[in-house]
Design a protein around this ligand. Structure first.
Ligand code: SAJ
Length: 440
């Protein structure tokens, strides 16, 4: 088939490559000129994704994937553009129900713009697939309506929603092997979309209706956000009860049907902290738990600041070394990263902050420089690379030997043997000791 993919981001671009390598003729469209230039030179704008460079080479050379700044006629159009959220707390206070959503609403302008951009190229029988994560009802109320407003005869078109669930850092493998949900506005549209994905998806493809598919994606990420909030809440409970949450959770997880996620300094990325609001927005009156979980996770950066002040034992911290800017381990993406929010909180508290992250320019500088003269080390992202740090060497660099580990990454006794006072998020045994220290 001839397929036009709108949005060359970390979903649209690999999807376009996979469709092209399956034999389709694909036009990849993006408004970002530097992305187009990079791709036209056969280079990649998405790094650290195994297999993507070779895949792109093959479809770039055989011409099955070409990139452009505008759509062209095709049998199928896939919209894979961002759906961030808009946060207007002031408006939230004034609008009934909005306050329940804490003022967060889906920003669908990219979906709307991408939809309008394909209007002139649509022909009867074309298939239009929305992949972006959206509030339930968007395929019908935004995509179809925008095309109608552009004067398109939508009765002859097929519409479907096909959310993705790939984990950044494992993109290609998951795009091919994960099961997929496809939701059609009509049964025919669902089947047409399913057969398109069958050309590269080896996972099972389930067909449902569009609204169900839109909600399923949000359910998956909301499930994760609520479970992370539960882990974070038990971290605070354990601090209060002088219990080590890391030990308690590993014991609880030995139960055959219990699987606690890991406490952390907050929930980042452009999915987990955002998608629950797409549910809250459409059902504010019945989402108490989902809203509470968002409040717990959004409160973690402030909790980390309190732990750091407790670790400092009343002495002011001049300079803090932060390990990890990225929102999660082993990838380089600082979008909505709690690390950057925590860095800001520390600066507002009068501290100087030096940040290191091997994956995120401009923080991928020398670790020694960042640690030099630090009054405290704050581990915020559990990059595997940090496992190799030698506490005894680090001891020679820092001004004060204080370590706050918010991911349970390091072995406390190794750092203590090098002379560090170590506090871990959720480790109540240590905070009891520290409280006594402060009292002294
Ligand atoms: N986090 C914790 N504790 C945990 C797990 C995660 O604090 O036990 C934090 C991470 O540090 C990070 C945030 O939550 O800041 C999100 O991490 P993540 O592992 O959920 O990574 P994402 O957001 O890149 O991927 C999620 C995945 N969704 C699910 O696992 C249900 C992925 O499958 C989705 O495709 C992706 O969101 C998305 O794009 O929707």
């Amino acid at each position: 088939m001839k397929i036009c993919v709108i949005g060359m981001g970390y979903i649209g671009f690999p999807t376009a490559c996979l469709l092209a390598s399956a034999g389709h003729h694909v036009v990849g469209v993006d408004v970002n000129v530097s992305v187009l230039d990079t791709l036209r030179n056969g280079q990649l704008h998405i790094v650290n994704e195994a297999g993507l460079a070779d895949l792109y080479d093959s479809v770039f050379i055989n011409g099955h994937l070409v990139v452009s700044d505008r759509p062209s006629e095709a049998d199928a159009f896939i919209l894979a553009v961002p759906t961030p959220f808009l946060h207007d707390p002031v408006a939230a206070e004034n609008r009934q129900g909005e306050s329940a959503a804490q003022g967060y609403r889906a920003d669908l302008r990219y979906v709307e713009n991408a939809t309008r951009s394909i209007a002139p190229f649509l022909r009867p029988g074309n298939l239009v697939i929305l992949e972006s994560t959206v509030p339930p009802g968007t395929t019908e109320n935004v995509v179809v309506r925008a095309l109608q407003e552009e004067g398109v005869d939508v009765s002859s078109l097929l519409f479907a929603h096909a959310p993705e669930r790939v984990l950044p850092g494992n993109l290609l493998h998951e795009l091919v092997h994960n099961d997929r949900i496809v939701g059609g506005l009509t049964q025919e549209a669902g089947e047409a979309a399913a057969s398109l994905y069958k050309s590269f998806v080896q996972g099972h493809i389930s067909i449902t209706d569009a609204r169900t598919a839109e909600l399923v994606k949000l359910m998956e990420n909301t499930y994760r956000d609520v479970n992370i909030a539960l882990a974070n809440e038990f971290a605070k409970v354990c601090e209060y009860l002088h219990i080590d949450v890391w030990e308690a959770m590993s014991l609880a997880n030995r139960h055959p049907r219990v699987n606690f996620l890991r406490p952390g300094p907050g929930v980042g990325g452009h999915c987990i902290p955002i998608d629950p609001y797409f549910v809250i927005e459409v059902a504010p009156a019945v989402t108490d738990l989902i809203q509470a979980a968002r409040r717990v996770n959004r409160g973690m950066p402030h909790h980390v600041l309190q732990l750091l002040l407790r670790l400092a034992g009343g002495e002011p911290l001049r300079r803090v070394a932060i390990l990890g800017a990225s929102y999660k381990a082993n990838v380089g993406d600082e979008r909505e990263s709690p690390s950057l929010e925590i860095a800001q909180l520390l600066r507002e508290a009068g501290m100087t902050v030096a940040i290191h992250d091997p994956y995120v320019p401009p923080y991928n500088t020398s670790l020694e420089t960042v640690l030099e003269g630090a009054d405290a080390i704050l581990l915020l992202t559990d990059h595997e690379a940090y496992q190799a740090i030698d506490p005894h060497f680090v001891r020679t660099l820092v001004a004060r030997a204080l370590l706050l580990d918010t991911r349970g990454l390091f072995n406390p006794s190794e750092w203590e043997s090098a002379g560090f006072v170590v506090l871990r998020l959720g480790d109540g045994r240590k905070s009891a000791l520290l409280e006594s220290r402060i009292i002294q």
